[in-house]
Design a protein around this ligand. Structure first.
Ligand SMILES: [Zn+2]
Length: 1003
């Protein structure tokens, strides 16, 4: 999976240099001649069962050119097996070289998606054993995604029948036990191989072409067995946008020897490596395509092909394993992995192993379209060179022997693309052959797991989840329901009021029953996670509970009586229609409920004047939150009602038309010009922001750090600049890509046609914003702009002194990786808090720990919290020996650490360093003050460091503001509950200086 954590972006800049050096070596590229092979030349080899690897027996005929090249491009004999050391030629079906002009795994050749597709179309045209389908959605950059099926001619002729069989086995409620057994006997297993979700991992799209061809034409009993019992599905390249960008970047590097080449700045339109963290949010077309394809074919196995560690890691994981899966699935991971390890090891291939590398906990990976749906999701990590070069590689940690790696990779190796192809293809063929030989077992298990998922409601439970009707944010509730439906989960709606134990739920409440095939996926999303900090270090997020992240209520119901309540299954997506109530002529009021479509409304009606109420108020018996939108008829277009009606109806909002607007202080609600700022070193995190702004139709300018560097008066162009999280020190963030060597372009050109599809382009991506950019940002804020920094980008204003009074504390014991924590608004007068209730569960990933102080140079003294070491228990008073004892009230602890109300004595000592209260950082949201009440879902140790720490801080600077987020309010399309923290800041950018709430009472 090539975790960004493990491979720094630097690799992408260093690699081109190595490659450039290699380029000067003579590389022979021989194009395969398109000569026709006679039938006699077809290789027929005997390797019927995997248990007896045949060492290259004397071929019946002279070796063909393709097979010769396979050997030539393989660096060592032991990186080749008898399964892939040859390729039979066919009279009618073209091998890859006949269409592409080169064999799969040829040095220096990477294939564009259009050419991959051209090959598969030829294959499907010429072989009755191959069929080709188009995925439901195009990519974000408008490219087609295809699916290829390979199997026996007779099998493919009845493909619909086999789809029907697996669909029935997937839903045991529809069939009897006898029928199930007969279907298992008749059925075939779909084994789905998915190529290159990660674009710098370049080998699988090449390998899969050869695999498809081999499966279609080879007549060895080994391959025949696969064709007979398995229908192989192939996704040639999943991240099709990123693949083409990668081939561009590679070709640029080859065409410009001696020059620095760009790293892969953009993969898909929005995100890079995180395209494999979209399994929970399904915000990307590629994830939705995989989900829909799974629900159409019900493959027993989805095999995701990655390249990051040597030489072949086959997935099982270290644990802790996802606690919502049927244990059978976890057993099957081991079964398949150890089969491959044994067979590859028998063949003398070094470095095939499992267990380490990742944990197996979070369900945010793409292959949860299988794991979450009673099938098997698995992956390889093979050794990729990030291109198609043959280079000397050093293997570090993985070359160590360990209990799970008795056959480790070698420490030093010459590695080629063909080696990578050989290992991937050999192992996946072994897995496919094993599944073919155990076809009934895998279908039986799939059926059994499906049955056990239906039985879950009355066996281990819970019986259901309820998402109550009449929550304050109906659009968010509907979105959540529709996400579950997208995942194939059945959602019902209560026909009448439901009573469960002491709780009542209104008619129309949504019920997610656990007596359905995909109960485990739903349970996994809606339940609470607990990750023990003593377990292996988590590979990714540890908590992801949907309800708290979206700030909606979900109720776990263990009592199976719920299943007998009258309810109706939803047959279409949930939809909330908004309306205008009342007929008053003075204006309109829309309650601020933090529904994300409120932000859409502001921009859709950008010419309508709106204002925000600075206090809550009542109209009749209806309570309106602080921040509610007020629209006066006077001063607005005559057809404002018509405009508003059209908008709220579609956006699911409710407006009230009144004869008199409430008597409440207001400020005008602007239509700020927003910029999302990106660095050329990494664009992934800002991609998750762009995806939400695009989805909610909130306009923004996407600007690079170079624009900040080159624009002296940013305030003329923008009101709000948002800088999403970016790793590294403040200096690294500011400096960007070093100004060494020649310019590095990222733009459309003859050799890089796909880069023109990127969201941003530049003639030279070096240089970052530099100190000029920092000064431009400072002026932007001084002149009244709002600069929003999130997580690590807060280092920029803090370290470069744009702000004072906030520092970042290094955690000592805190372990809080990718989890959900309770937070409480500490200043509900701040517009950033508008529409929210008193508390909000928020996402936080380990850093930063902010500290605020009343003095200019500080951020608190960093002293450990709690009582000093001394006598007695935690709550007992300490006693100084031989001295008079002070009264217990003599030194009260401040309500909030670092924010002491300074004594007159301290004020005098501080002089100019004393910051008057109005200019101090304003903490709007804090993590829960009680350590025991912090964790909602995920992991926590050393929580005293997080307790009461600021989560959102508004720092006044000149006429503007810097707003700092410790939480990431837009994380992977999962944190919808926090979106409005950001929208509130933006929409009220010029009115953030509302009167501060009184500090909370001291305990
Ligand atoms: Zn990967």
């Amino acid at each position: 999976m090539n975790s960004a954590r493990r491979i720094s972006p630097r690799v992408f800049f260093v690699l081109p240099l190595i490659v450039v050096a290699l380029l000067s070596l003579p590389v022979t590229i021989r194009f395969a001649s398109a000569q026709k092979m006679s039938a006699a030349e077809k290789r027929t080899r005997s390797h019927a069962n995997a248990e007896t690897p045949a060492k290259s027996a004397a071929p019946a005929a002279a070796e063909n050119d393709y097979s010769k090249k396979i050997k030539e491009y393989t660096t060592e004999k032991f990186f080749l097996t008898e399964l892939v050391d040859h390729l039979p030629m066919s009279d009618t079906v073209p091998s890859p070289d006949k269409v592409l002009g080169y064999i799969v795994g040829t040095p220096n050749k990477l294939t564009y998606s259009k050419d991959l597709y051209r090959y598969y179309r030829e294959l499907a045209r010429t072989s009755k054993r191959v069929r080709l389908f188009t995925a439901p959605e195009k990519s974000e950059e408008g490219k087609e995604q295809i699916l290829v099926a390979v199997g026996d001619e007779a099998t493919l002729a009845k493909l619909d029948r086999y789809k029907d069989i697996t669909a029935k086995l997937a839903d045991p409620r529809r069939i009897s036990e006898t029928e199930a057994q007969s279907l298992i006997g008749e059925g075939k297993v779909f084994y789905w191989a998915s190529g290159s979700i990660h674009s710098p991992e370049t080998g699988s799209p090449e390998m899969l072409m050869e695999l498809a061809y081999r499966l279609a034409v080879e007549e060895s009993p080994f391959i025949q067995a696969i064709r007979k019992n398995v229908i192989v599905l192939i996704t040639p390249v999943l991240e099709v946008d990123g693949r083409d960008m990668m081939v561009d970047a590679y070709n640029y590097r080859k065409a410009n020897p001696g020059k620095n080449a760009p790293g892969l700045v953009f993969w898909g339109k929005y995100v890079a490596h995180d395209n494999n963290r979209d399994g929970l949010g399904m915000a990307l077309a590629l994830t939705r395509n995989q989900m829909k394809t799974f629900l159409e074919y019900h493959p027993a196995i989805l095999h995701d092909l990655h390249e990051s560690v040597p030489f072949l890691y086959t997935s099982t994981g270290t644990g802790p394993y996802n606690a919502w899966l049927d244990p059978i699935t976890i057993d099957e991971w081991q079964l398949l992995a150890y089969h491959e390890i044994e067979e590859m090891t028998k063949r003398g291939v070094p470095g095939v192993w499992t267990h380490g590398f990742y944990d197996g906990w979070a369900p945010n990976y793409m292959f949860y379209v299988a794991n979450g749906h009673n099938a098997i999701g698995r992956f390889y990590e093979t050794f990729g060179n990030g291109g198609a070069d043959t280079i000397d590689r050093t293997v570090r940690a993985e070359s160590q022997r360990d209990w799970f790696r008795p056959n480790p990779p070698m420490a030093r190796v010459k590695w080629s693309l063909r080696n990578n192809v050989n290992l991937q293809q050999s192992a996946i063929l072994l897995a496919m052959n094993f599944v073919a030989n155990n076809k009934d077992r895998f279908l039986q298990n799939f059926y059994l797991k499906s049955k056990r998922s239906v039985a879950k409601a009355t066996n281990e439970g819970p019986a259901a989840y309820i998402i109550p009707a009449s929550q304050s944010r109906p659009v968010e509730v509907a979105d959540t329901v529709n996400l579950l439906r997208l995942m194939g989960v059945e959602v019902s709606q209560a026909d009448q009021e439901i009573a469960v134990k002491d709780q009542k739920f209104a008619a129309g409440s949504y019920v997610v029953r656990m007596d359905q095939p995909y109960s485990r996926m739903a349970d996994m999303l809606l339940d609470t996670q607990y990750y023990n900090v003593n377990d292996p270090r988590p590979y990714d997020d540890t908590g992801w509970t949907l309800g708290p992240l979206r700030n909606i209520k979900t109720v776990r119901v263990p009592d199976s009586a719920i299943l007998k309540q009258p309810m109706s299954l939803l047959t279409t997506d949930a939809r909330v229609r908004g309306s205008i109530n009342g007929s008053g002529a003075a204006g309109f009021i829309i309650n601020h409920n933090t529904e994300t479509t409120l932000a859409t409304l502001r921009y859709r009606l950008k010419d309508v004047k709106m204002s925000a109420a600075e206090a809550s108020f009542k109209i009749g018996d209806k309570q309106f939150n602080t921040g509610s939108f007020l629209i006066k008829a006077e001063g607005n277009p005559a057809d404002v009602r018509r405009q508003l009606e059209a908008a709220v109806s579609e956006l699911g909002l409710t407006a009230l038309a009144v004869d008199k607007l409430p008597d409440v202080k207001t400020h005008s609600l602007g239509v700020p010009r927003i910029a999302i700022l990106h660095s050329w070193t990494n664009t992934q995190n800002d991609g998750w922001y762009r995806i939400e702004f695009d989805r909610l139709q909130i306009p923004y300018a996407y600007i690079s750090d170079q624009v900040v560097r080159n624009t002296a008066n940013l305030r003329d162009k923008f009101d709000v600049i948002i800088f999403p999280p970016l790793n590294g020190t403040a200096q690294a963030i500011v400096n960007g890509i070093p100004m060494r060597g020649d310019p590095i372009p990222w733009k459309q050109s003859e050799i890089t046609p796909n880069m023109g599809l990127s969201p941003d382009q530049s003639d030279d991506i070096r240089g970052g914003m530099g100190l000029t950019g920092v000064l431009n940002l400072q002026k932007f804020v001084q002149d009244g702009g709002l600069f929003v920094v999130v997580a690590n980008t807060a280092r920029l204003p803090i370290d470069f002194g744009l702000t004072t009074g906030v520092s970042i504390q290094e955690p000592r014991q805190l372990q809080a990786r990718g989890s959900i924590y309770n937070a409480k608004f500490s200043d509900r007068n701040s517009p950033i808090a508008y529409g929210y209730e008193e508390t909000l569960p928020i996402y936080f990933n380990q850093a930063p720990l902010f500290q605020v102080a009343a003095i200019t140079f500080g951020g608190g003294d960093g002293a450990p919290a709690g009582r000093p070491s001394g006598r007695g228990s935690l709550t007992d008073p300490d006693i100084v020996q031989g001295m008079p004892q002070p009264s217990p009230t003599a030194s009260p602890s401040p309500a909030n650490r670092g924010e002491e109300q300074l004594t007159e004595e301290q004020r005098l000592q501080l002089g100019a360093f004393y910051v008057p209260p109005a200019q101090r950082p304003r903490v709007v949201l804090r993590f829960a003050s009680d350590e025991k009440n912090l964790l909602v879902s995920g992991m926590l140790a050393g929580g005293s460091e997080l307790a009461n720490a600021p989560a959102v801080i508004d720092v006044p600077v000149g006429r503007g503001h810097v707003v700092m987020f410790a939480t990431n309010p837009m994380w992977r399309h999962q944190t919808q509950g926090s979106f409005f923290l950001l929208f509130n800041a933006a929409l009220n950018f010029d009115s953030l200086d509302t009167e501060q709430a009184a500090p909370p009472a001291r305990p």
